[in-house]
Design a protein around this ligand. Structure first.
Ligand SMILES: *Cc1c(COP(=O)(O)O)cnc(C)c1O
Length: 398
């Protein structure tokens, strides 16, 4: 039995291009970019080149706006902490975000609340989208930062980032977006999207794990989370992960160049998968169908437990997720599904399938068959399902 990997929102397989791009920086150009000798300077040249290429791929005006980090979580932490520190100096201690951000954002904000900041968490509409009007209405003279994710990692909904950015520009408020699920999956341009700070992570677009980027527009003052050497213009100490950075750069360029082919291809596969799973009674797709990542499928099925669903799907060779890797192992339903108004009992029956460029139509058909099988099997064993069928409980999803 071959395995179908449909959990690309958790992490991706590295592309051959990315692996090839890393190899020379492990055994040939292995110097420390801070060293003054020729071996170090060759590494520094590569680092400079990578910064220029990453800036170009994001539409950034200047390579100096690119800071290499250990991934998306660090970039989120540093972006938010930096603007908060600046805000505090200016007497601006209000931050606006949403209820369905990644935990790297939410947990940083929770800590800032303990440190005296006020955070407004915007409600997310049932379709998994927040509007620029909501952001505009929440801005006060004390607001220093708006942080709204570009695309949600569980339900795949894409936010009106350009419009939210425009609202922030008009109000003179800095705008950060966690674009970890968006970069390399849909077109992202920091300038036309009115973005001041952006986080990305290589392992979500077929690059290596443990490397990412914080984009900060010229003029935004970064503070460092890690003290030490003067790497990254003094804003991120530590010898640069050059193999990782070179692999990320290659993966980013490859993903962006392939968008015109991968987006329509994945959209068609996604819609085929959604159509197939929609045939299961008392199940429903989560999030807007139009403003949605090309590879994301997210469903709730009534009368089942997402965890059991995943285990039985794994037995059938399908690797999926119940939503977020961060909530697995906990009994709490996903904060994202609660944020879009799913009741607890429905949120427990969630399934996320995230496709990539290797996914085939045959894979999609096999996934549909497996999910149909497993949902039926679990419902047949479920006391909750028996009560629903007997009319002792009301269905939430018609
Ligand atoms: C994966 C992810 C992160 C964290 O990125 P890491 O590189 O794994 O730290 C942050 N935000 C979102 C939306 C993600 O999907």
């Amino acid at each position: 039995m071959s395995t179908i990997y449909a959990d690309n929102a958790a992490t991706t397989r590295m592309s051959r291009t990315a692996i090839q791009a890393m190899l020379p920086y492990m055994d040939q150009i292995y110097g420390n970019p801070s060293s003054l000798h020729s071996v170090g300077q060759a590494a520094m040249e590569a680092l400079t080149d990578a910064r220029i290429r990453v800036a170009a791929a994001l539409g950034a005006a200047n390579p100096r706006e690119i800071t290499f980090t250990s991934g998306g979580s660090e970039a989120d932490n540093q972006a938010i902490r930096s603007v908060a520190a600046w805000g505090k100096r200016k007497g601006k201690t209000h931050i606006i975000s949403t209820a369905f951000e990644h935990h790297a954002v939410l947990h940083t904000l929770k800590k800032l609340e303990k440190e005296g900041f006020t955070v407004t968490y915007l409600d997310v509409h049932k379709n998994g989208i927040v509007t620029p009007e909501q952001v505009e209405a929440a801005i006060t003279p004390e607001t220093c930062l708006v942080t709204v994710m570009y695309a949600n990692n569980e339900i795949g909904t894409i936010q009106p980032i350009r419009e939210i950015g425009a609202v922030c520009r008009k109000a003179g408020v800095l705008f950060h977006t966690d674009a970890v699920q968006a970069v390399g999956h849909i077109p992202v341009n920091v300038q036309t999207d009115n973005i001041d700070l952006l986080s990305l992570s290589a392992h979500k677009f077929h690059g290596p794990k443990g490397v990412g980027v914080l984009y900060a527009k010229k003029g935004v003052i970064l503070s460092n989370l890690i003290e030490g050497g003067a790497q990254e213009r003094g804003k991120r100490a530590g010898t640069e992960n050059l193999p990782g950075i070179m692999g990320m750069t290659a993966a980013l360029e490859e993903a962006v160049a392939e968008l015109p082919q991968t987006m329509p291809r994945l959209t068609a596969l996604r819609d085929r998968l959604i159509a197939g799973l929609s045939e299961i009674p008392h199940g429903e797709v989560n999030g807007d169908l139009a403003h949605r990542l090309p590879g994301n499928v997210s469903f709730c099925f009534e009368g089942i437990e997402g965890e059991s669903l995943l285990l039985l799907l794994d037995d059938k060779g399908v690797c999926a997720s119940s939503g977020s890797a961060c909530t697995s192992g906990s009994l709490d339903p996903s904060h994202v599904l609660l944020a879009i108004g799913r009741p607890h009992e429905v949120a427990h029956g969630s399934l996320r399938l995230s496709l990539d460029k290797d996914t085939t139509e045959a894979d999609v058909d096999a996934i549909i068959a497996a999910v149909k099988d497993v949902v039926e099997q679990l419902r047949n064993m479920s006391p909750v399902w028996r009560d629903l069928m007997a009319g002792k409980r009301q269905f939430v999803i018609a």
